[in-house]
Design a protein around this ligand. Structure first.
Ligand code: HEM
Length: 105
């Protein structure tokens, strides 16, 4: 969450976040994090924001967070998984989900 706070503060200068995020992604390899794990973490973040912000979590806010998480997750996945290609990536674990759940990564 602290890192996402940094990301939110750094929105006007996303490029300065690339190197720290690449290093963060490589550290996550040593935590055993796999490429598909970013999706449920992103969804958990969205769920937490929705539960906390309630009616303030409108479509615009939701889309903004999706965009931010997508950019952060893409930078991290590209840094840590050489085979990752954002254009063709399909999450292999995202099979059994509620019909109402949208997977956006
Ligand atoms: C937007 C994506 C993510 C961000 C910004 C993020 C951020 C962080 C940060 C700042 C730390 C503190 C340690 C460090 O700086 O190396 C950390 C630790 C950790 N993260 Fe993430 N993370 C992300 C995704 C994930 C994912 C997808 C997983 C796996 C489901 C994960 C699992 C962990 C684990 C296991 C630790 C170590 C906890 C500990 O041993 O103290 N993270 N993360």
């Amino acid at each position: 969450m602290q890192m996402l706070g940094t990301a939110v503060k750094g929105l006007d200068d996303l490029e300065s976040l690339i190197e720290p995020l690449q290093a963060l992604a490589r550290r996550h390899l040593s935590y055993g994090v796999m490429v598909d794990d970013y999706t449920p973490v992103g969804n958990a973040l969205l769920y937490t924001l929705k539960a906390g912000l309630k009616s303030d979590f409108d479509q615009q806010t939701r889309q903004a967070w999706i965009k931010l998480f997508s950019v952060v997750a893409t930078v991290m996945r590209e840094a840590a998984y050489p085979e990752f290609n954002a254009a063709t990536y399909v999450n292999q674990k995202a099979i059994t989900i509620k019909a109402s759940t949208q997977y956006w990564l």
